[in-house]
Design a protein around this ligand. Structure first.
Ligand code: PLP
Length: 368
């Protein structure tokens, strides 16, 4: 029998949640809304779809390994292409960063209750992640992170805003932390929800790309505000020296050429992104007031989802099931280390209105 290495034994394989079709059948429902994966309720950017359809005609050819996309991103961010690396979604970049920079014996630091890919990626290279707690209001705790950094810390990972809590660290907090981290430590700011956060918290939300610090690496994705999750395109922006290491470990023809063409076109679809962030802001307002009025425990989210603290894992399971019975697929957060919480993505205006009414109705589930 072939056995895998010991350090992979505790990694749990990703299990996709139930599909709309499965829930329809199981609960005998006609209308089921999947609000479990923070996707764009408007669908893909139409400009991107057109470009992808055109690119399909040359699907028999290898692509350029993201060269044209890097160039276009450089223009978009008013920087040079040697400061940008692209890959199969920011998930792939998180794994690639660990594979490239982290060695057994070194340490990688983040918070419990942060984005799950970090822990999996760190364990994949044979390192046990070092985790500090979130603050009581479910925010990344910069003081706890600063206290946990030592000479051995190779990477600090901060999803900003964080998934699944939706909370963000401010520009002042980030600067304070960076001033306390050695320049030999790579600080990864995962900005998967950047467009939503800049729209919702313009005065306090930091832009890691604009900070232009040699040990800061920003991650962005086309999966959320551009509506291109299935194409798997993400990118990293940082110092040219950091990017040059990522370029060495990237597979030659990743990310796929059709996705790259879609992403290049999506960067021109400003109207689509604008509509996306406006619908999301309205959705957060509608869901936020339903949650506050019914006295749910929730966070101050600047992303495209809300998180409900149900008190206990059992109540979270009941709440999740009750939402299913009402036709809403949400995400229980056991896998994120928050088994007493449930995350729900914002949807279209109609979905948000119906979800808000359901949330008001379901409050009693958590007091039973
Ligand atoms: N980072 C964060 C914080 C996320 O929430 C997600 C997806 O939900 C990702 C990265 C992965 O995004 P991608 O589709 O670009 O791999």
């Amino acid at each position: 029998m072939i056995s895998g290495p010991k350090h992979l034994e505790h990694i749990v394989a990703y299990k996709p949640g139930a599909s709309v079709e499965e829930i329809r059948r199981e609960y005998g429902l006609t209308n089921v809304e999947k609000l479990a994966s923070n996707e764009n309720p408007l669908g893909p950017s139409p400009l991107a779809l057109e470009a992808a359809a055109a690119a399909m005609r040359t699907a028999d050819r290898y692509g350029d390994g993201g060269a044209a996309l890097r160039q276009r991103l450089a223009e978009f961010h008013q920087t040079s292409a040697d400061r940008i690396s692209v890959n199969n979604g920011s998930d792939a970049l998180i794994h690639q960063i660990m594979r490239t920079f982290l060695l057994p014996g070194e340490s990688a630091l983040s918070c419990h209750g942060g984005f799950v890919s970090f822990g999996i990626a760190v364990r994949t290279v044979g390192v046990e992640p070092k985790m500090v707690d979130l603050s009581p209001d479910y925010r990344f705790d910069v003081e706890a992170l600063a206290a946990a950094v030592d000479h051995n810390t190779k990477i600090v990972y901060i999803p900003n805003p964080n998934n699944p809590t939706g909370t963000h660290i401010t520009s002042d907090e980030l600067t304070w932390l960076l001033d306390r981290v050695p320049t030999s430590t790579l600080v990864v700011l995962d900005e998967a929800y950047y467009q939503y956060a800049t729209y919702l918290a313009p005065d306090t939300y930091p832009d890691a790309i604009a900070m232009d610090r040699p040990n800061v690496l920003a991650l962005r994705t086309f999966s959320k505000a551009y509506g291109l999750a299935a194409f798997r395109i993400g990118y990293a922006v940082g110092a040219a020296s950091v990017i040059s290491w990522l370029q060495r470990t990237k597979l030659p023809f990743d990310p796929n050429a059709i996705g790259c063409a879609a992403a290049v076109a999506a960067l021109d679809d400003h109207a689509f992104v604008q509509r996306t962030v406006e619908i999301n802001a309205h959705g957060l307002e509608v869901l936020g007031s339903a949650l506050r009025e019914a006295d749910y425990r929730t966070t101050n989210s600047v992303a495209n989802f809300v998180m409900v603290d149900c008190g206990t894992p059992a109540l979270a399971a009941t709440f999740h099931r009750s939402l299913l019975e009402h036709g809403f697929i949400s995400r229980p957060l056991g896998g994120f280390g928050l088994p007493h919480c449930v995350r729900i993505s914002t949807g279209t205006s109609d979905q948000n209105q119906r979800l808000a009414a359901t949330l008001s109705e379901l409050r009693t589930v958590l007091t039973a």
